[in-house]
Unconditional design. Structure first.
Length: 179
């Protein structure tokens, strides 16, 4: 089916900028990239959103979710990340979906963006492959490599290699539900 990779971090950590970078990087590798974004600022995503930025960067499809509304538009009480991943694979058949947000323990590989030491607890999430920090931080006791945000080439190379070599193909099963 395809791969999924998450970009996690708190507000103003640089998630959207990194997703834009990764879209362009993966397109250079010949991949078809789609995105999912969690509208974490509250409310329904209206008007221009970061998903528009992702489309401009080259994503073949981009969905943003907030308060149970996805900007496509479809509505229900609550959207689970796995549900949205399924819909994105159906919608655009990408090679990879880049997910911005959803600080969760889904099985997808993750990069964590750190604004400083206060954000280190995010490294406890499942399947964190690396972290990128604005401040200089030492390798955390979890063994997760931490790159400095200014060392763009190093973290891009690491993420690109992880995505290329990852065996984490997502096989989505579709169950009929009477909602």
């Amino acid at each position: 089916m395809g791969k999924v990779f998450q970009v996690i971090g708190y507000k103003n950590s640089g998630k959207t900028t990194l997703v834009e970078e990764l879209i362009q990087l993966l397109i250079e590798d010949g991949l078809r990239v789609a995105t999912l974004k969690h509208h974490g600022h509250g409310g329904i995503p209206l008007g221009s959103t970061d998903s528009d930025r992702f489309s401009s960067a080259g994503a073949i499809s981009s969905i943003v979710e907030g308060d149970g509304v996805i900007k496509l538009v479809a509505q229900k009480k609550n959207w689970a990340l796995n549900e949205l991943v399924q819909k994105q694979f159906i919608l655009s058949s990408p090679d990879i979906i880049l997910v911005e947000g959803w600080k969760n323990n889904e099985a997808y590989g993750k990069v964590v963006l750190l604004r400083g030491e206060a954000d280190l607890p995010l490294l406890q999430l499942t399947n964190v492959r690396c972290a990128i920090s604005i401040e200089k931080l030492e390798l955390h006791k979890t063994g997760v490599p931490i790159f400095n945000r200014s060392d763009k080439k190093a973290y891009q190379t690491f993420i690109r290699k992880y995505i290329q070599e990852s065996e984490s193909e997502i096989h989505v099963s579709f169950n009929k539900r009477a909602d």
